[in-house]
Design a protein around this ligand. Structure first.
Ligand code: MHO
Length: 269
């Protein structure tokens, strides 16, 4: 699934003036244009950058979200999988479940690779997320290692009881015991930037566009558009939903074409 990490073919057009292309992509939604404002407000301040344009889906992210946290092996794939789900607003990968301080990728201590997400309860339930968690690995198989353990970290009593009930249903269905440990989340350590939205990071052209949206790493990590694109590139979702949601990602025409080109190859209809 994450097998082909090839770099996207380089496109040389458009990148000299990414801001203009972003404005062009959003032209339908942005009337009147900036020229008119400049005329009425006197001379432009030469040193001031235009207000940052961010993807429409990020600009309309819901204010109220809940958080869910799971460990199920190498966190790159789950970052893509959960990020592709409607109702998941933000994803981040990190380390949790252990006792050692300040784990890093190369000094993980007794922690496990973990994905965390903020989700909109109006659009997706905790139970649905837990179903996706069970479905996307084998919770009845012994974990490979502490790094790649299967862990469900609940954030509160409600999540705990939903998770326990879901685990019991799953065991009855599978007729095998679930070996996943259900534990309270004590601390989640954010992983290094280069692990966040790992699949999307392989696409230089798309990353240039995100670097223009977000000057700070945290803005990229928290971007719903980045989470969705990171999912589509890894083969999650369908080509039809990609087409439906494409304009909400705020990409340039070149960026949209790139995403459609990969989507056509890796996504089911
Ligand atoms: N086999 C993968 C695992 C990465 S995952 C973030 C690699 O080392 O390339 O653990």
């Amino acid at each position: 699934m994450m097998g082909s990490m090839t770099k996207g073919c380089r496109k040389l057009t458009g990148h000299a003036l990414p801001g203009l292309f972003l404005l062009a992509a959003l032209a339908g939604a942005c009337v009147p244009g900036p020229m008119q404002e400049d005329e009425t407000e006197g001379p432009a301040d030469e040193g001031t950058k235009p207000a940052a344009v961010i993807p429409p889906i990020d600009a309309s992210a819901p204010a109220d979200t809940e958080t869910a946290t799971f460990a199920l092996g190498c966190f790159w794939g789950p970052d893509s999988l959960f990020g592709s789900l409607e109702g998941v607003v933000r994803t981040r990968v990190g380390y949790a479940g252990g006792t050692t301080d300040n784990p890093t990728y190369h000094n993980l201590g007794d922690h496990s690779e973990t994905v965390q997400m903020d989700y909109d309860l109006a659009a997706i339930s905790y139970e649905e997320l837990v179903e996706v968690f069970w479905d996307s690995h084998d919770p009845a198989a012994p974990s490979w290692s502490r790094r790649y353990m299967s862990l469900l970290f609940y954030h509160n009593d409600e999540q705990r009881s939903l998770a326990v009930a879901s685990k019991e249903r799953r065991e009855a269905e599978m007729e095998r015991p679930v070996l996943t440990q259900l534990v309270p989340l004590s601390r989640f350590y954010l992983a290094e930037d280069y692990h966040q939205k790992f699949r999307l990071r392989q696409e230089e052209d798309l990353m240039e566009e995100f670097n223009a949206f977000y000057a700070e790493a945290q803005g990229f990590i928290d971007s719903t558009a980045a989470a969705r694109i990171n999912g589509y590139l890894a083969g999650y979702g369908t080509f039809q939903t990609l087409q439906e949601h494409l304009s909400s990602f705020g990409l340039s025409p070149d960026g949209e074409a790139k995403l459609l080109e990969v989507g056509r190859r890796v996504l089911p209809g």
